[in-house]
Design a protein around this ligand. Sequence first.
Ligand code: MF3
Ligand code: CO
Ligand code: CO
Length: 257
Amino acid sequence: MIIIKTAEEIERMRLSCRLAAQTLAMIEPHVQPGISTDALNGLCHQFILDHGATPSPLNYRPSAHNPQGFPKSICTSVNQQVCHGIPGPRVLREGDIINVDITVCLNGFHGDTSKTFFVGPPTARNSKIVRVAAECLLIGIQTVQPGNFFNAIGNAIEEHARKNYCSVVREYCGHGIGRSFHEEPAVLHYANRDKIAKMQPGMIFTVEPMINMGKPDIRILADHWTVVTKDHSLSAQFEHTILITPDGNEILTITDG
Ligand code: MF3
Ligand code: CO
Ligand code: CO
């Protein structure tokens, strides 16, 4: 069942989503050669607590392999890492790209957003994948309006990725979000014929396509979290939390400025 949020719930989602966006804006100037991903984690963790919220990834989804769940407060995914990279001692170098994925829980509601940053100036090697991933997110969001089927999102995204000779990761989806970090629906980012659910005002979900330079196939590292491209090609991702409005959509994970 896809939850339709009430006006009051939407107001609270605006606040949690704005804080997630503010956290991402706060960390951007710190993403420089020489900083460790753990230092980025520490700055975000403190910023989130200072604003009365908690970092949703911390201890998320315990399993037999990871009894503590996800061990850090943000995800940092560098170069060929697709998503769910664990912050640690790795030091960023000029020419790297890094996705920083922020999810906060404020007053019982989650907000989720991510962005891929260049470490140092963009290069000939890394600029295309970041551009295409950013375009794929916006093109996917452009299909969000009442009455459309959810498959419009993935159809538009995969078409754009293919036109640019890039591929779409299939194993991880966007998701409904609200009182839970991950709710229905699963939002596929690849072309599909699923006409199960129609978009309705008051639904809130993420769009977060992971786009690879090479093949779409992924592998999970021995830490049981970090997802990497099988062919070691670069991968980039951008994510927003979106509200369906009566006449289209509203991106909730934006700052005031
Ligand atoms: N923020 C990710 C998403 O966009 C999920 C991270 S789960 C974690 O859905 F446990 F890896 F943090
Ligand atoms: Co996220
Ligand atoms: Co998400």
